[in-house]
Design a protein around this ligand. Structure first.
Ligand SMILES: [Zn+2]
Length: 318
């Protein structure tokens, strides 16, 4: 017999499909959950989107996957958290939980007695992630952040974890795989606990292009087959996978007006100017130059940046 999947006091038995809003323990915060539990035992695949509420294509893709997937198709189980920061998405807060202004994708494993964001993290870390054999987290660039499709894989948790994650990355149709050493994010904390996973990124700038939603649906379809929860044919990869071992994330301590001089998915050379921060009168406050040859994954795309911002430009070493 298959597993019983637990969610907020509900028990989802083999052969059952559970789909409803749940209230996260210790809060009044609601989030949509779909659990598709097959009769035949197997692995449990955990797929989330909407941790950052200004990132739409993953949410749109999982809405479709969650509506269509049925227990008779599934070996093991699929847990779909299709819009984790649901209230943030409705409030259009871009990157944070409205009540406390925190980025949910940091500070794992949270605290069941902490801020609202901490309680959401604690629920994910204590109840949901431990039920998973593999974690997929769907993201996009933020509301003012153009981004080329890329993915992050856990590189700091041993060779087996790295190879498991890269084998899964290979079945997506995303061209760039970025070695990540983060440890307190959603999927990266799970990796630290020994649960492999990937963070996928498609589209950005607050857009939800239908072709990127469809591409996400194909990525998820292939990953379900790869993990073994779904049978069927995979969509073929159309672009080769390129692994980036070193990525530079240019941040700033200065608030001001941002004039980027890079484009996503283009090559920059060491010494190239990648952008300038000026004051409102046009005086230069800071200039930024590439430290090495690189490929640009994403960058700040709005006209204003705040001190403490960590993603003026992200580019991988080539
Ligand atoms: Zn994100």
């Amino acid at each position: 017999m298959g597993k019983h999947i637990q969610v907020c006091g509900h028990e989802v038995l083999p052969g059952q499909k559970f789909q409803q809003m749940v209230t996260i323990p210790g809060t009044t915060f609601q989030t949509p959950v779909t659990i598709v539990n097959g009769i035949v035992p197997g692995k449990t695949l955990y797929i989330a989107a909407g941790i950052h509420p200004g990132e739409y294509p993953g949410v749109a893709a999982l809405t479709q996957v969650a509506a269509q997937l049925e227990p008779a198709q599934v070996t093991g189980a699929v847990i779909l958290l299709q819009c984790v920061n649901y209230e943030g998405m409705l409030a259009m807060t871009d990157a944070v939980v409205p009540e406390d202004g925190e980025n949910l994708n940091r500070g794992f494993p949270g605290d069941a007695d902490g801020t609202l964001s901490d309680r959401i993290r604690a629920w994910l870390a204590a109840e949901m992630l431990p039920q998973a054999d593999f974690v997929i987290d769907l993201h996009s660039g933020g509301a003012y952040e153009p981004l080329t499709p890329c993915l992050f894989f856990p590189a700091g948790n041993g060779e087996t974890m790295r190879e498991t994650a890269l084998a899964a990355a290979q079945v997506t149709d995303i061209p760039y795989a970025i070695a990540s050493y983060a440890t307190d994010g959603h999927y990266s904390w799970a990796a630290k606990q020994g649960i492999p996973g990937l963070l996928l990124e498609r589209s950005g700038d607050g857009q939800c292009p239908p072709e990127q939603v469809q591409a996400y649906i194909r990525d998820v379809h292939n990953l379900m087959i790869h993990i073994g929860v779904l049978q069927g044919e995979m969509y073929p990869r159309t672009v080769p996978l390129q692994v980036f071992e070193k990525t530079t994330y240019v941040g700033t301590d200065i608030s001001g007006f941002w004039y980027p001089e890079v484009c996503i998915d283009t090559v920059i050379r060491k010494g190239d100017r990648i952008g300038t921060i000026k004051d409102i009168f046009g005086n230069v406050l800071a200039e930024y130059f590439a430290e090495h040859d690189g490929l640009v994954f994403y960058h700040a795309g709005g006209h204003v940046v705040r001190g403490g911002f960590s993603n003026l430009v992200a580019y991988g070493a080539i």
